[in-house]
Write a protein that binds this ligand. Structure first.
Ligand code: ZN
Length: 220
């Protein structure tokens, strides 16, 4: 079930009050239109009608796609709080037993809006985000000196290729990089052979750090 609430928000820029519909849960089956809004960056995004200032609402969102067996917990937060919030979500789920009905699911914990959208695109394309994270590491390692200042995100699967966007924050440039689907398939098979699970046994944070652990022989 998709769940929302109305909040009266004061614009941090000009002080104007606006009513904002805040979504706490989105179930794709019930509300495919909400998924489209999410992909368009419209969900939980405050936009001041007076001065045009935009900001992400600091709201927890649970995204559930039954067909893709995907459950994403999105908690916007600063990088330094990421680990603590992740541990909290794991602890809370364990206590409540809420995850028992999500057998065979991929359970993801994300803290950035772009990360959330990227997960949707990856799973919509029928890909594994674990293999995609490994490929992203490979792409960034092609220019190791600049890897720290770059963010790589999956864009789309088209004409037999995975397309990635690389944002260089220092140079303020965006590059694209393509990887043949065949290479993805090979990497995916190797990871599966080495023990990577195609579904979750609990919340997982599948990011660059995860991919690094995977490459070092750690399996889930
Ligand atoms: Zn404003």
């Amino acid at each position: 079930m998709s769940v929302n609430s109305k909040q009266n928000v004061k614009c941090p820029n000009c002080g104007q009050l606006s009513d904002v519909t805040v979504w706490n849960a989105i179930t794709v089956k019930d509300s495919p239109d909400l998924k489209a809004d999410l992909l368009a960056g419209k969900i939980n995004m405050f936009r001041c009608g007076s001065c045009g200032h935009t900001a992400l609402m600091p709201t927890h969102l649970l995204y559930h796609d039954e067909d893709k067996r995907l459950l994403i917990s999105f908690t916007p937060c600063e990088e330094k709080l990421r680990r603590r919030l992740y541990d909290n979500v794991i602890e809370t789920s364990k206590e409540s037993g809420a995850l028992e009905k999500f057998n065979g699911y991929n359970l993801r914990f994300v803290t950035e809006y772009n990360e959330l959208l990227e997960k949707l695109l990856i799973f919509d394309a029928g890909l594994s985000d674990k293999a995609v994270e490994v490929i992203k590491l490979m792409i960034l390692s092609q220019d190791l000196e600049k890897a720290e200042q770059r963010v790589c995100r999956f864009g789309k699967l088209e004409n037999g290729s995975l397309e990635f966007m690389i944002h260089d924050r220092k140079e303020n440039q965006v590059y694209t990089s393509s990887v043949p689907k065949d290479s993805y398939d090979t990497i995916y098979s190797r990871l599966r052979e080495s023990g990577m699970k195609p579904y979750s046994f609990g919340w997982e944070m599948v990011d660059a750090a995860y991919a690094t652990r995977l490459l070092n022989g750690f399996n889930n």
